[in-house]
Design a protein around this ligand. Structure first.
Ligand code: CP
Ligand code: NVA
Length: 298
């Protein structure tokens, strides 16, 4: 039995294998072929934070694989009334075939997994968002080929997405430059453990020079809404603009996990460019996670 709490729960070979499989599953679905390896299986989905893409992709993914997805929010379950994580994990896993959780502290998914008898998937915590990376890596590969040896630049907050990019640098073999303003660095233990593939280059224009992929995310993540104003000041020079993209290689791609704030972390003409990969990246959440569900639950 395997869990997927961070990208480090897979081997680099498994990361590659899931990516290839995601593209295959995408072709199967687009051809109209019915493929139902998870018939009669149920994925319990616990959302303690809001979501559009994650919920839609996991729920539709389970339907397409022949199974069922069960949406659980703390508002309507005993989790919201303080039932221990350990007890909830034991009970839900005694009935469901897999559990997906989006929550705050990363410790919550770790505790959940430690007490679950079925695979647990991290669908975003304050520290990591590995499912998004499966889709981002697939999207890059489908459009630009292998990411191995390429230069990826993270612009903005050293947040959950940035942490998952650090893990991805190690797992998929690219070099990551992190352009974050002072005071918003990623976790230093994680960065130090991945010194061979990730570094901080504070100036985003300098960092973007010769980049193959530029990625950003919101300045204030879920749970940080009251810091929005303060962060708008701290991050004002960290908007991904056409000028920044022009510093990068000619074929450089731009990705954003969404939801996006145009005029804050990204200029509208970058995210809405005719050849923007952002929308394909969002769709690939479906295909990448179907590959993950098949891998963990079939
Ligand atoms: N990118 C992402 O996880 O989107 P949602 O918050 O809408 O699920
Ligand atoms: N960093 C963002 C990602 C949303 C998908 C957040 O945690 O809100």
């Amino acid at each position: 039995m395997r869990h997927f709490l961070t990208l480090k729960d897979l081997t680099p070979a498994e990361c590659q294998q899931l990516m290839t499989r995601a593209t295959e599953l995408k072709e199967i679905q687009k051809s109209g072929e019915i493929f139902e390896p998870l018939k009669n299986k149920t994925l319990a989905m616990i959302f303690e934070k809001a979501s559009t893409r994650t919920r839609v992709s996991f729920e539709i993914g389970m339907t397409q694989l022949g199974g069922h997805a069960l949406f659980l929010s703390p508002r309507d379950t005993q989790l919201g009334r303080g039932e221990p994580i350990e007890d909830s994990a034991r009970v839900i896993s005694s009935m469901a075939d897999g559990i997906m959780i989006r929550t705050f502290g990363h410790d919550i998914v770790k505790t959940f997994a430690a007490n679950s008898s079925v695979p647990v998937i991290n669908a975003l915590t304050d520290d990591f968002h590995p499912c998004q990376l499966l889709a981002d890596m697939q999207t890059y590969q489908e459009n630009r080929g292998s990411i191995q040896g390429k230069t990826v630049v993270w612009v903005g907050d050293g947040n959950n997405m940035c942490h998952s990019y650090i893990n991805a640098a190690a797992q998929y073999g690219f070099n990551l430059r992190i352009a974050a303003p002072e005071g918003y660095d990623p976790n230093m233990d994680l960065l130090n453990a991945n010194k061979h593939c990730a570094e901080i280059i504070r100036d985003p224009m300098e960092a973007s020079t010769g980049a193959d992929l530029i990625v950003t995310d919101v300045w204030a993540s879920m749970g940080q809404e009251d810091e929005q104003k303060k962060r708008e000041v701290a991050f004002k020079d960290y908007q991904v603009t056409q000028k920044m993209m022009a510093q990068a290689n000619k074929e450089a791609a731009f990705l954003h996990c969404l939801p996006a704030h145009r005029g804050e972390e990204v200029a509208a003409d970058v995210i809405d460019a005719k050849d923007s990969l952002v929308w394909q990246g969002a769709e690939n959440r479906l295909h990448a996670q179907k590959a993950l569900l098949e891998f963990l639950m079939a």
